[in-house]
Design a protein around this ligand. Structure first.
Ligand code: URA
Length: 238
């Protein structure tokens, strides 16, 4: 934590609203390292012990939820042994320690969530999570009916059978097709491997939504905070 005004610290820790926290200070109910603090400009730093009515207040970091339109060519892990660029290099001006929720391949683009909310992240990436993720895949060739049927019933990939997926052909030319696939699992390279298993190769892959959160027309490489409504509805899906 960097130095913070005491009333902000108290509000972020969930004691009360910032205004109410100021009142608590003025009432002499707040102490820092054993000293009563009534001055509203006072600051606290990491390691300071803050108490309200004699009870210690634990710092809670503000929860941050970010939606990034990940470009191809970045990794989603925070550190890379080959020093490749990571998605975190694109997020500037956020002081909280955020990290990606799950992963998108180096060669996949689209919607990636980043947060410091460990609870939500855990639930969204847990195998039991049934939140839908929607992908658009440009594939080589024209998808035949048996491949479409295989997506709908489940496809064997390395000894694992995928859950039934939703599949829609969005566009088709003589050489390739644009397909929308909806799954709720998150096996490594799952969508690519599902197509490969039925005989098609993926030229491009992009994730366009996770549950109620949509990529929309955010530019590649750009990011934004989720709205409170998006956070609320995402929490409802897990
Ligand atoms: N499926 C894939 O094949 N790759 C991703 O990045 C995500 C899902």
């Amino acid at each position: 934590m960097s130095e913070l005004r005491l009333q902000k610290f108290l509000a972020e820790a969930g004691v009360a609203s910032r205004r109410k926290c100021e009142e608590l200070m003025l009432q002499g109910r707040v102490e820092v390292n054993g000293v009563k603090i009534t001055e509203l400009g006072s600051k606290v730093d990491a390691g300071d012990i803050v108490k309200v009515d004699g009870k210690e207040v634990m710092q809670e970091e503000k929860k941050v939820y970010i939606l990034l339109n990940k470009p191809v060519g970045l990794i989603t892990t925070s550190k890379d042994q080959f020093s490749r660029k990571t998605v975190l290099d694109l997020i500037e001006g956020v002081k909280e320690r955020i990290y990606p929720v799950g992963r998108l391949d180096y060669d996949t683009s689209g919607l990636l969530l980043l947060t410091n909310d460990g609870d939500l992240s855990y639930k969204l990436t847990h195998p039991s999570c049934e939140t839908n993720k929607v992908y658009q895949a440009k594939i080589k060739g024209v998808l035949n009916d048996s491949a479409i049927q295989a997506f709908k019933t489940g496809i064997g990939i390395d000894g694992y059978t995928t859950s039934p997926a939703r599949i829609k052909v969005l566009e088709r030319t003589s050489t390739d097709s644009l397909i929308e696939v909806t799954i709720h699992e998150g096996k490594n390279r799952q969508v690519r491997r599902m197509f490969e298993a039925v005989g098609y190769s993926v030229i491009k892959l992009r994730r366009i939504s996770i549950g109620p959160v949509k990529l929309g027309n955010l530019e590649e490489g750009a990011w934004r905070h989720l709205t409170p409504e998006e956070v609320k509805s995402l929490n409802k899906t897990v």
